[in-house]
Every structure is written in C-alpha cells, then in structure tokens.
Design a protein around this ligand. Structure first.
Ligand code: COA
Length: 249
C-alpha cells in the first residue's frame, strides 16, 4: 500500500500524493491512515504548507466503495480511518493547498472545504453523490458548504448530487484558480511555496482567525459520522454499492 500515498518534502512544503490511478484514487483505510500520519507529523518536522495532489485524471473517486460494502459484515466500522483523517484535517495547523485534476468525488470534494487554496485543472469535476448512494454528507460539508456557497448551491452539490465543473467550482468559491491539467501540480506547488515563505507565526494566527473554530467543525464531523455509519448498513446504501461494483463494462 505504501506507494498508494506518496509523501515527499521539498523544503518547507510537504506533498501528499494520492496515487492509486487504477481505481481512480479511491481511498482505503490504509490510505487515510497514511495521509493522517503525513498531516499530523508535519508541523513538528518544520513543514509550513501541505500540498494534497492526485494523478492525471483523478484527484480522488472518494471512499473505496468495496470497503463501504464490507460494513454490513464487518465488526469494526470501515469508516474509522476516514474519520481520523477528517479530524486531523479539521485540526491541522498547517496551511493546506490542493491540486485537483480530473474527478473529485465524495471526500475528494469535501476535503477541499478544509483547504486554504485550491488549484484545479480545466478537466476537474466535483461531485458528492452521497444521497444517491443512500448516505448523508460527511466531513463537516453540511456545515462548511452552505457557509461557502449558500444553501441552494450546497443543496445541488450535497443532496442532489450534481456535478460541478471547474468554472462552477470557481464561481462558488470552492477553488481559487483554473489552469491547464498538466500545469495543476506545478501551480499548486508554487502556491504552497508562496505560503511557506510567509512569516509562519503570522500565518498560523491569521489562519486561525479566518477559519471556523475547529471544535465546531469536529462536532459536525462527529454528528454526520453517526448518521453516515447507520446509513452504511441501510438497504438503500448496500444496494447502491453492490450495483456500482457489479457494473458490466
Ligand atoms: N471505490 C472503489 N472502486 C472504484 C471507485 C470507488 N469509489 N471509483 C472507481 N473505482 C474503480 C472502478 O470500479 C474501476 O475498477 P475496475 O477497473 O477494477 O473495474 C476503476 O476504478 C476505474 O473506474 P471507472 O468507473 O471505470 O472510471 P471512470 O473514469 O469511467 O469513472 C468515476 C470515474 C469516479 C466517475 C467513477 O468510477 C465513479 O463514479 N466512482 C464511484 C465514485 C463514488 O461513488 N465514490 C464514493 C462517494 S461517497
């Protein structure tokens, strides 16, 4: 699994690359765990900005649906490493930049609500098909998305499961810039380097002032997770996961 999350430091910038191209960067428990570790250890390693990136064509297809399917029979909830990742994201003291190429589905989109700067390729597509899958929004998206883009656009995204292209994502404030797909990573890195060059204490203090208090975000993540966990075992959800995984080519 180690090559499915690649962590590399370039001076004060740490890149966390999701690297499971054959599954469109769908995230497993082990991958969440690796990302959490890379995030939590960052500040003590002198890192001043994190960059989360994917592969050409896929930032992330969201949670691995076969892990969700296992929740019916599993004794330990498969969502826990994801939850641990979301808590770490909400409480991360390091600024976070994301570079998004291609699909950003489910948590691939909701994690962006915790980022400070997002660069996206013209090919980026954002969607959160939670309700279509019989689930509910996660990652504090039910709190952060309406604040960012207003109720009606958040409803289209989070409840109706509508896909936003890069231009829509820009107009609702989910991303900062649109660039050519092949320039996405380099532009993301440039933004991260720019942030990393600023006086770090002033960045930390200013970022705290700008963001909603982490406690409120963590509380919403927990509330959503309780509902999400119950929904995972629902017939609506289990049928939706099985239907996706048994698609005919
Ligand atoms: N979980 C598990 N496997 C996934 C996956 C996911 N979330 N997303 C994609 N994959 C797998 C596919 O099963 C396929 O595997 P296979 O080659 O072994 O059959 C492979 O990744 C490629 O996917 P494919 O659907 O052929 O790619 P695409 O480019 O046509 O479509 C997506 C990309 C992301 C639009 C599509 O794969 C998709 O809708 N995935 C599900 C997204 C989702 O519902 N995520 C959970 C949100 S809560």
């Amino acid at each position: 699994m180690s090559d499915q999350i690649l962590v590399s430091d370039d001076g004060p910038v740490r890149t966390i690359r999701i690297n499971r191209a054959d599954k469109r960067n769908a995230l497993t428990g082990a991958m969440y765990h690796a990302m959490t570790q890379a995030m939590t250890g960052a500040a003590s390693s002198g890192i001043r900005c994190l960059l989360i990136a994917g592969v050409p064509g896929a930032f992330s297809a969201g949670n691995d649906l076969s892990d969700f399917l296992k929740s019916e029979i599993s004794t330990s909830p498969p969502g826990e490493p994801a939850l641990e990742f979301l808590y770490a994201l909400a409480q991360c003291e390091c600024p976070i930049v994301a570079a998004v190429q291609g699909v950003a589905v489910g948590i691939g989109t909701t994690l962006l609500l915790h980022c400070d700067h997002v660069v996206a390729g013209t090919d980026a597509r954002f969607s959160t098909p939670f309700v279509k899958l019989g689930l509910v929004p996660e990652g504090a998206s039910s709190l952060l998305a309406p604040r960012l883009m207003g109720h009606s656009r958040a409803f289209s995204l989070l409840v109706m499961g509508e896909e936003f292209d890069a231009a829509q994502a820009l107009s609702c404030g989910l991303i900062n810039r649109i660039v050519a797909p092949e320039e996405t990573d380099a532009e993301g890195l440039k933004a991260a380097q720019k942030i990393a060059m600023l006086p770090p204490e002033a960045v930390t203090l200013s970022r705290r002032l700008l963001r909603a208090p982490p406690a409120a975000i963590v509380e919403r993540i927990s509330d959503e997770a309780e509902l999400f966990r119950a929904r995972l075992a629902s017939r609506e959800a289990q049928e939706a996961f099985a239907a996706f995984l048994s698609r005919k080519p």
